[in-house]
Design a protein around this ligand. Structure first.
Ligand code: AMP
Ligand code: MG
Length: 345
């Protein structure tokens, strides 16, 4: 398949290109588009065969359900059964990086939801994503636009590495603002379960809902016989070829450990900007200032892709704090590291 690559800088000016992309979606084809979280691999969410094409293009197991993207929060009513809690969440956080699991209606094929009777709904804020959904006139099912087993793409260059020749069109909207996938919550009456942390933080959810529980799989490795609340949690998340080790401990001691390791073996290091002058530059991948968790979130997947492209025998990164967006970083990083944390005392 020949993939068309289009750079969109202003959705209002490039209305023609977006109209063609919407036409592809309505015709059952696949379009990769930017969102504020990561790039999405989109197809018509009401079309069973489009859903099959998405799973095939990604090489994704078809029991791992897709998120459907809508133009306005109230459109959820056409495809799902929202309750008061949904509308309170929508008022506070939509459009934005929040996905809500709701009972599904008949018009969403079970292939989209991996056979579940619930559907994941999100209303993205990115202007390109928003306009594309609006013009398509159908909800867009879109998982992250990476090959299964690779990190989610945060730039069109990452998308091209994985999806060139597998989709009809790639819309390049530059770098994604947040860089980690959306927060996913499941509603039970007035209570919420946080299934996947993301740009909408635990504290922000607590401002809207009194009872918010964090699912065990967010911070811990599930035992082999445990069933996750979200099917995606059972799949091995992206892990580079070289082992990833997360370092925890005193700032100076961790830096001295990294300096010693650089003398001993080929390491790639996801380092803080402050550490740059103190480490050898080879395979050094700065992720932002120590206290700038937003920058670290934005750069994590790109840094992991780069680390995987080096000849390093081991990849070191810092264990993030679990506050704010740090919980989302922690969740993605412990999975990339297969829960390997080294304490430096
Ligand atoms: P991705 O589209 O790659 O960001 O992955 C979507 C995530 O949403 C996966 O981890 C799915 O398991 C999760 N998900 C989608 N639909 C549901 C659902 N109905 N119930 C629980 N989790 C879901
Ligand atoms: Mg994904």
């Amino acid at each position: 398949m020949q993939t068309e690559h289009i750079k969109i800088t202003d959705p209002a000016v490039q209305e023609n290109a977006l109209a063609r992309a919407a036409e592809i979606i309505r015709g059952g084809g696949l379009v990769v588009f930017p969102t504020e979280t990561v790039y999405g691999l989109g197809g018509n969410a009401t079309d069973d065969s489009a859903a099959q094409k998405i799973y095939a293009a990604k090489g994704r197991p078809s029991d791992n359900p897709l998120i459907i993207h809508i133009a306005k929060p109230e459109d959820a009513e056409s495809y799902a059964v929202p309750n008061d809690t949904y509308f309170r969440l929508a008022k506070a956080f939509m459009p934005g990086p929040l996905t809500v699991i709701l009972p599904k209606r008949e018009n969403i094929p079970s292939s989209v939801t991996g056979g579940l009777d619930t559907v994941a709904v999100r209303c993205p804020s990115h202007p390109v994503a928003h306009r594309l959904i609006e013009l398509a006139g159908v909800p867009i099912a879109a998982p992250s636009a990476n090959l299964s087993g690779k990190p989610s793409p945060t730039s069109a260059a990452h998308v091209a590495q994985d999806m060139d020749g597998r989709v009809d069109m790639i819309l390049d909207g530059g770098e994604c603002e947040i860089g980690l996938e959306s927060t996913i919550v499941k509603i039970d009456g007035n209570s919420l379960t946080l299934l996947r942390p993301g740009g909408i933080t635990y504290d922000a959810l607590c401002m809207v809902c009194e009872h918010v529980t964090v699912a065990d799989a967010v911070t811990h490795q599930l035992a082999a016989n445990e069933r996750p609340l979200s099917p995606g949690m059972k799949y091995r998340h992206y892990a580079p070829t070289a082992p990833v080790v997360l370092l925890d401990g005193d700032t100076d001691k961790v830096l001295r450990f990294l300096q010693a390791e650089q003398d001993l073996r080929r390491c790639a290091i996801l380092c803080y900007d402050e550490e740059l002058p103190h480490l050898k530059s080879e395979n050094l991948l700065p992720v932002g200032a120590r206290n700038d968790l937003d920058a670290q979130a934005k750069r994590l997947f790109s840094a992991l892709r780069k680390a995987d492209g080096t000849d390093a025998e081991i990849i070191y990164a810092h264990l993030p704090p679990m506050e704010g967006i740090g919980l989302a970083l922690y969740n993605r990083m412990i999975r990339a590291a297969a829960h390997t944390i080294k304490r430096i005392d």
